[in-house]
Design a protein around this ligand. Sequence first.
Ligand code: CP3
Length: 348
Amino acid sequence: MSIKEHPILKAARGEKTPYTPIWIMRQAGRYSERYRKIRKKAGSFMDLCKNPKLAAEVTLIPIEEIGVDAAILFSDILVPVEKMGIGVKFVEGKGPILEPKVESVDDVKKLKVPEPERDLPYVLETIELIKERLTDRPLIGFSGAPFTLASYILEGGSSKNYIAAKSTMWNEPKLWESLMDKLAQTVTEYLSAQIRAGVDLVQIFDSWMGVLSKEDYEKYAFPYTQRIVNELKKRHPETPIIHFGVNAQHLLEVNNRLNVDVIGLDWKIEIPEALAKIDKSIQGNLDPVALFTDEKLIESKVRKILEEGLKAKGHIFNLGHGILPPTDPKKAKYLVDTVHRISRELRS
Ligand code: CP3
């Protein structure tokens, strides 16, 4: 079977599939003991992201351990940001720290648009190594979207209220536009290089877009994502694009205008409500905390999502956000098996 005929790619294109395919955000992460061991051996998290042999190995863990239908490149949305000229460190218990902070138009001028082949060769090499070993399932590439990346850059790390990001957006249009423009170029070139290196579909993480009102999102963030998507579709018309963010119910109609194939949903959106607002394939949307309950409850929640997903153009199952580190890997495997079993029954 050609990879192009894999159920994940078919579901993305809105074609009929024999079962509902599943992958899980953060599927190669801390809930896996093998991941934790390799991570220890590698040194820091960024060291692991830059080590193609180990990053490829980590990418493939969830294929073997829990049987998901696709692998997602092991990396982080902040990996290309470092090559724009901003230091990125992951501090245990604190999350990412970015410095120096970008505070003026001149600071933005100093930022580079990385050339992936020259500046991020380890990412492309990781993709090539994975593609040599993973021959029966798709590989997903990814990037952050400009707004989510800008929020890390302006805040210097994770944020609760997005004071620096939003006040820059409102008060300093020149700074905002030049930063978002550079990020849009960076993301376009980065994803395009991932596709040339071999990824079969890509996900754009605009994880924090939901903190913006609809009006602000349309004005300050959406145009940049739209520019990226349009350019990718021009260069790589056959590569499906997934767009995802959390708490973004109010932005569904706007995002439906993006030329993407799939819209990722978190668990706070009811699928029928989402389908009233979008006509694309969907991805999602089990609450990650559901994996801390018993099998019966997981099964009933999965069944509901699968039944509702039948009405979508196409459906890729996923959690509504990343799998949580304390999750029991056995529950993740149970989820994958249950999605396959019930969806085969529903789709036969
Ligand atoms: O999904 C996958 O398995 C692929 C790999 C992947 C990671 N991060 C690995 C990772 C992907 C796609 C990401 C995306 C990412 N990174 C996002 C968007 C997705 C989302 O969560 O909405 C964001 C916002 C980031 C930024 C980031 N990376 C944060 C805030 C943190 C710290 C979180 C924490 O709990 O400490 C990371 C670290 C990170 N990225 C880990 C992994 C496996 C944990 C690193 C470790 O300590 O081993």
